[in-house]
Ligand binder design. Structure first.
Ligand SMILES: O=C([C@H](O)CO)[C@H](O)[C@H](O)COP(=O)(O)O
Length: 213
């Protein structure tokens, strides 16, 4: 089984803390995510700084675009994003806009299936119009209500679509190997790294667990 890429999700609202957390996690991850709340507070300057600080990493900008796909995502690809997200609940035209602008810049678009009712149908539609990555995602508020991404991940992998699958939603040291065994292309870990008193240690633990799964 191919080892998935590891993505750290940075959801702090503080600019300097985000820059520091990125540096601590970077040696152990493949993708650095600027999370949606962080992006809304800190904006394009932070995208540019994280891009400049980590030339060897993929930079993920969690736009969660809902409308005006091409128009909204283009400046972030120009600023160095490798992957931007568009919501699976958006119009297919919006999703296609982000896919098109990603392709125009040689980058990738991820369709986030958070809150999508018929995930199999929307994933197939997104794959058909060329989405690069499908995101199985149990949001933070859904996690607070006790939900996990595990069953949705297994169902998505079983579809066998010709698209990469990312999984996010409360993944931590005790669950990451179970997640890896389900076969995603990308495993996202946020709070289990950034909420740890030693983010660097937590990131290394996740990396080691993924490698030995
Ligand atoms: O995408 C996320 C959330 O919607 C806030 O932007 C998180 O980055 C994602 O859920 C990963 O974080 P954890 O669930 O803390 O691992």
């Amino acid at each position: 089984m191919a080892q998935p890429l590891i993505q750290v999700a940075l959801d702090s609202l503080d600019y300097q803390q985000t820059v520091a957390l990125a540096r601590q996690a970077a040696p152990y991850v493949d993708i650095i995510e600027i999370g949606t709340p962080c992006l809304k507070v800190n904006g394009m300057d932070l995208v540019e700084e994280i891009r400049a600080n980590h030339p060897d990493k993929l930079i993920f900008v969690d736009l969660k675009t809902m409308d005006a796909g091409y128009y909204e995502a283009e400046p972030f690809y120009k600023a160095g994003a490798d992957i931007c997200t568009v919501l699976g609940t958006a119009d297919l035209g919006t999703i296609k806009g982000v896919v098109d602008v990603a392709n125009a810049y040689g980058k990738q678009a991820q369709v986030d299936l958070i809150n999508v009712k018929d995930k199999a149908k929307r994933a197939a539609e997104a794959a058909k119009i060329g989405a690069h990555i499908i995101g199985i995602h149990t949001g933070i508020d859904q996690q607070l209500a006790g939900q996990t991404p595990f069953a949705d991940l297994a169902a998505m992998v079983a579809l066998g679509l010709n698209v990469k699958i990312s999984v996010a939603g409360g993944i931590k040291q005790s669950t990451v190997q179970q997640v890896v065994k389900a076969g995603p292309s990308i495993v996202v870990v946020g709070g289990a790294i950034t909420g740890s008193p030693a983010a660097e240690v937590a990131a290394r633990e996740i990396r080691d667990l993924v490698a030995s799964a």
